[in-house]
Design a protein around this ligand. Structure first.
Ligand code: ZN
Length: 337
């Protein structure tokens, strides 16, 4: 009996938007995104990568979310950034550069190393596979403008992917989920998005409404998410991020969105690109050992977004299973019934 063709893209989307932690933000965001983009955003992102990224092109991966009051980088973001960096490096021969808050650089480097990537200086050795660069995106507005100009003129990125990158609202203020203004210590990525033209593809992953890319569903975030349209700071314009993207990938945990893009890119290029479960565990542990904290419960316990380590490991196993039973292991003939 012939198995029906598996709709990997929709199954992946269902998995990564299931509200396992009951955080109560992903369903309205994912529903609004589906209405605008369909049920396969991670696959759409992967398709854009295959069409828009040539061999040797730079893919700039933005991440970074500092948690008040300590303003320490959370564990959500860096792992997803490493996922997509690996996927474009191995799958597309691209040059992956991760840019994050200055005080998150060491955490992102530790995460990348734990994830099996060799961390090298920018443009130093892109002939090698499984390499990435990690650099600081300035928090100072003027320095951020200079950095953005330099990125565009020197690197000319084909694609910019933001993963759990806190984004400014419609009046330029960056907020955390509790509605507080965290602009001061945050990378001013608004400077980059202001300069990007339509020739650069933008992909974004977010989970709560205050991240880059949520401009796609801004009205929903303003209406449905706590503090969406009215925050706890003087701007009183809410946490809803106004920066849009060509493709928004909503995910319960933003890291999972990065993993989903890697999974879908694997399908398209026919090569397994997603890291294994053991590396997921290692990344969470090493990110924590480098000081990264769970953004919801706090602490360097190798949790992420209030969910324990083993849940994230399980998501990797499930993504591999979705992928395994579609293309990679299907060559062995029809499954016995
Ligand atoms: Zn505000």
């Amino acid at each position: 009996m012939t198995q029906p063709e598996k709709d990997v893209a929709t199954i992946v989307d269902d998995l990564i938007t299931t509200d396992i932690g009951g955080r109560d933000t992903i369903y309205p965001i994912a529903a609004a995104a589906r209405e605008k983009q369909g049920t396969n955003p991670a696959m759409q992102a992967a398709e854009r990568l295959t069409t828009d990224v040539g061999r040797g092109d730079v893919v700039l991966v933005l991440t970074g979310f500092l948690i008040p009051p300590t303003m320490i980088q959370e564990t959500d973001g860096p792992l997803g950034a490493v996922s997509v960096a690996r996927a474009v490096d191995i799958g597309l021969d691209a040059n992956a550069i991760i840019a994050c808050e200055p005080n998150a650089v060491e955490i992102c480097k530790a995460t990348a190393t734990a994830g099996g990537l060799n961390v090298l200086d920018r443009m130093s050795n892109y002939e090698s596979k499984q390499t990435v660069s990690v650099e600081a995106f300035p928090a100072d507005q003027d320095e951020a403008r200079e950095y953005a100009e330099e990125v565009i003129s020197e690197l000319d990125p084909a694609v910019v992917i933001a993963i759990e990158k806190v984004g400014p609202n419609r009046v330029g203020v960056y907020h955390n989920m509790a509605g507080y203004n965290i602009t001061e210590h945050t990378a001013k990525v608004d400077e980059l998005y202001e300069l990007l033209d339509d020739s650069v593809t933008t992909i974004a992953v977010g989970d709560a409404g205050n991240e880059v890319g949520m401009g796609v569903v801004e009205e929903t975030v303003r209406r449905e998410i706590k503090y969406g349209s009215s925050c706890q700071c003087d701007c009183d314009e809410g946490i809803a991020a106004a920066v849009s993207a060509d493709v928004l990938v909503p995910a319960t945990v933003s890291n999972w969105g990065g993993h989903a893009i890697a999974t879908c890119l694997s399908e398209l290029v026919g090569t397994p690109l997603l890291h294994d479960a053991e590396l997921e565990r290692r990344m969470l542990i090493e990110a924590s050992m480098a000081g990264s904290i769970d953004g919801i419960v706090g602490g360097t316990n190798a949790w992420c977004d209030g969910l324990p380590t083993h849940v994230h490991v399980a998501i990797i196993e499930l993504l591999h299973e979705i992928s395994r039973s579609s293309v990679h292991d299907r060559g062995g003939g029809e499954l016995a019934r």
